[in-house]
Design a protein around this ligand. Structure first.
Ligand code: GLN
Ligand code: ZN
Length: 767
């Protein structure tokens, strides 16, 4: 039992959007000019107030402030520190709100900040741009006023900030600054800025301030750890400051743990879930924690499963033996989960009690805090219900499908290997396909037009029936095929018009997956996604894509690629069950996809592509864990694709591949052809692959689909020449760097025509 004071329940952040995505509507309305700045501010203030009151009603004793954002909390930190990129200064000075959105989204004249993934989550932040000339000028107004709002409501509130180490480590050199500039070299300059923010927050009534340092759960050099020590001895040594709580999450702290334990800060918030569970043993080995407040993240803040409350109570009990004061929290901000399970009225009633979204998680945190303060008798009913739900989940036929389990258990290493070697396959495929040198293709999707979206909406609303919907899709396929034939592409695609989303489309057709109605989570800015949930054992009741592929192939004599989403990506963009290793879930998905691959082959497909754009995204944060991940990640890809004959050509596609560890993985996947996103790195990936001795077909993108710009033929020719320096013409494929679904038809037509013309020009030279 906590000897000194009651354990407090807290969280580090809450979903910002509101239960009806009010924030999205208000922000987008502001952009369109239909919502005034004042109305937007009012909506935001109402949402903050509603969230805090909800948290308090659910038993959270100390609420976070400053976690709210119109777009992104890292961008908010950039504004807080006055690290506005030069090109955005004028617009920020003219109108801070418009300038803020200009940094986030760009304008006609000025490019936005770059966006990238927040650690290994699906949330994207705006990358700070720093250089040797960066100066920091503090503007604490947002943090201060949000704290004051909470204080005015009579709440105990704790401002949450991105910490200085993480802020600098997430930054990149500003445009024009040398590539090797180290943002961490700005440490001495950024510390006074943080000191000023802390003083402002203390003056506004903050007893505690939380500094988030998730960057400390990645491998850090000795110099970086020295910087951590310097930062926190400096900030801890300030006289005019609130109490400091340094938070980390997503993985174990490792070598950073003793550094933080030694630092003169008042509390640590530590993750004890998932791979971060190792923090428990690590903590037992560090002295220096006595006297500090420990906020224990025992409720997983990024999955949607109910907590095992008894297991958490036992972790908390062990922690109370190590430190003087333990509080209870989610492992990270609840930003990464949807708001409320009780809104899911259409969910299978068997599954609903197994799920916990933000509201349910806050209730769990509150119950655990009560449990360790007053004793487990005080939460006996909650514990009983929790045990019952866990037992129902563990024993349900949904999570224990004997046929799926038996099949997965019977998989042998040989099942995950093509029968023939690459040279033999390549010869057999060339005999079957008869492709020219520098074969041209696309990555899969063609523009998702307004008409397609309308057809889907019409089908949902019952304005058209399935047959009418199918006819609209067929018409689109005919058009896409006709265009590709006319443009002169060699390996065609059906264009994916029937797919709303490359994961959801398959999730809806696989048994064991469930969809939510309102399970929105922020991906970036006002973009929210509704990830499907891998609830049970996965199987495929019937073919998912064969019908569309077959229709497309009927329209043409050229080969049409079958097109599937790979198992690692299916997991990466879903909520994944936590009651078995991810590798096991991936294997079940792979076996279901393998059936689809084999059915496509039987239907006559000579080329089948299995996309793994997310392989790199879910790479573990700690290098030590990466080999194991890549081993199963590539194994399940092979399991998906190796049931086919030698003369069936397997393609894959990956985004962002300029990283060494992924090149090895690509080799392990053993695909016959890989299209890669590389337009921005100018064929560098071709050279890296050739240096690594990569033996198979590869298509580094020659058309950057992230921009509406049409690449000219000479530009594509010159890129291909660079590619040919590294890869022979028979193995060098010519394709855009990703799918075309977000682009418009006019630019796609011109671009693809130029791409084909470029390939044809070089072919005549090569003959
Ligand atoms: N086949 C998919 C498409 O073209 C691949 C998308 C992706 O890489 N994200 O849309
Ligand atoms: Zn891609």
């Amino acid at each position: 039992m906590n000897s000194k004071s009651a354990a407090r329940a807290t969280v580090y952040g809450y979903p910002r959007q509101g239960s009806h995505r009010e924030l999205k509507k208000a922000v987008e309305g502001y952009w369109k000019g239909t919502v005034t700045a004042d109305a937007l501010r009012q909506t935001a203030a109402d949402l903050r107030k509603a969230n805090w009151q909800q948290l308090v009603a659910d038993g959270i004793g100390e609420v976070p402030t400053g976690d709210f954002s119109y777009y992104d909390h890292v961008l908010d930190t950039t504004v807080l520190l006055g690290a506005i990129p030069q090109r955005h200064r004028a617009s920020v000075d003219a109108d801070p709100l418009d300038g803020y959105f200009a940094m986030a989204r760009g304008t006609q004249e000025v490019a936005p900040l770059e966006m990238t993934k927040w650690f290994d989550t699906n949330y994207h932040y705006l990358v700070p741009e720093l250089g040797p000339d960066t100066t920091f000028t503090v503007d604490s107004s947002k943090q201060v006023s949000e704290l004051q709002e909470a204080v005015a409501l009579g709440l105990k509130a704790r401002p949450v900030l991105v910490g200085p180490i993480t802020y600098l480590l997430l930054a990149k050199p500003a445009p024009g600054v040398a590539e090797d500039f180290q943002p961490l070299s700005l440490l001495e300059r950024i510390l006074p800025a943080y000191a000023e923010v802390l003083a402002d927050l203390r003056a506004a009534g903050a007893e505690w301030v939380q500094l988030d340092e998730p960057a400390l759960v990645q491998d850090r050099t000795a110099d970086e750890l020295d910087a951590v020590a310097r930062v926190y001895s400096t900030l801890g040594g300030l006289t005019d400051r609130p109490k400091l709580l340094v938070a980390s999450y997503f993985d174990r702290l490792g070598d950073a743990l003793p550094v933080l334990a030694d630092a003169p800060v008042d509390g640590l918030a530590i993750d004890f879930t998932g791979p971060a569970a190792a923090n428990l043993d690590d903590l037992a080995a560090v002295p220096g924690l006595r006297g500090k407040r420990l906020v224990a993240g025992v409720v997983n803040g990024r999955n949607i499963w109910i907590n095992d409350l008894s297991a958490s109570l036992s972790v908390l009990a062990q922690l109370m033996g190590l430190v003087d004061h333990v509080d209870v929290a989610a492992s990270c901000s609840l930003l990464h989960v949807p708001i409320d399970v009780s809104a899911e009225t259409e969910l299978d009633p068997e599954v609903r009690p197994w799920l916990a979204f933000a509201r349910q998680k806050t209730a769990e945190i509150a119950a655990l805090a009560t449990g360790i303060t007053e004793g487990t008798e005080a939460i006996a009913a909650v514990l009983d219900a929790n045990r019952e739900a866990l037992a129902s989940r563990a024993s349900s036929p949904l999570t224990n499908n004997p046929a799926v389990r038996a099949r997965a258990a019977a998989v042998t290493a040989a099942d995950g290997r093509r029968g023939a070697s690459y040279p033999d396959r390549s010869a057999a495929q060339q005999a079957r396909l008869g492709l020219p040198l520098l074969p041209t293709t696309t990555v899969g999707s063609f523009p998702q037009t307004g008409e397609l979206r309308k057809a889907r909406a019409d089908l949902r609303a019952g304005r058209i029936d399935e047959a009418q919907y199918d006819e609209r899709i067929d018409a689109e396929i005919r058009e896409v095929i006709a265009f590709q034939e006319k443009a002169g592409l060699d390996v065609l695609v059906h264009g994916e018009p029937e797919r709303n989303d490359m994961v959801q489309y398959f999730a809806e057709q696989l048994d064991g997956y469930v969809a939510t109605q309102h399970g929105w989570v922020q991906s970036y800015g006002t973009r929210y996604v509704r990830p499907p949930v891998l609830v049970g054992d996965i199987s495929r009741p019937e073919p998912m894509t064969v019908r569309w592929w077959a229709y497309a192939q009927l329209q043409t004599d050229r080969p049409v690629k079958g097109m599937l989403t790979g198992p690692v990506t299916m997991l990466a963009w879903s909520f994944v069950r936590d009651d078995q290793p991810r590798s096991e879930t991936a294997r079940q998905v792979a076996l279901a996809l393998r059936d689809e691959v084999n059915d496509l082959e039987t239907a006559g497909a000579a080329v089948i592509q299995v996309d793994e754009p997310a392989l790199r995204e879910t790479l573990p944060l700690r290098t030590a864990a990466r080999a194991e991940y890549l081993a199963w990640g590539t194994e399940v890809f092979r399991l998906t694709t190796s049931g086919v004959r030698a003369d069936t050509q397997i393609h894959t596609h990956m985004c962002y591949v300029e990283f060494g560890d992924i090149l090895n993985a690509l080799d392990e996947m053993d695909a016959d052809v890989a299209s890669l996103e590389a337009a921005r790195s100018h064929m560098q990936v071709a050279h890296e692959l050739s240096e690594a001795g990569y033996p198979r077909g590869v298509g580094p993108g020659v058309y950057d689909i992230h921009s509406p710009r049409v690449p000219g033929t000479p530009e594509v020719v010159s890129l291909l020449r660079k590619g040919l320096d590294a890869i022979p013409a028979a193995r060098l494929w010519v394709n855009p760097d990703c799918g075309l679904k977000t682009r418009g038809w006019p630019e796609v037509r011109d671009s693809l025509q130029n791409v084909v013309t470029a390939a044809q020009e070089l072919r005549t030279e090569l003959r």
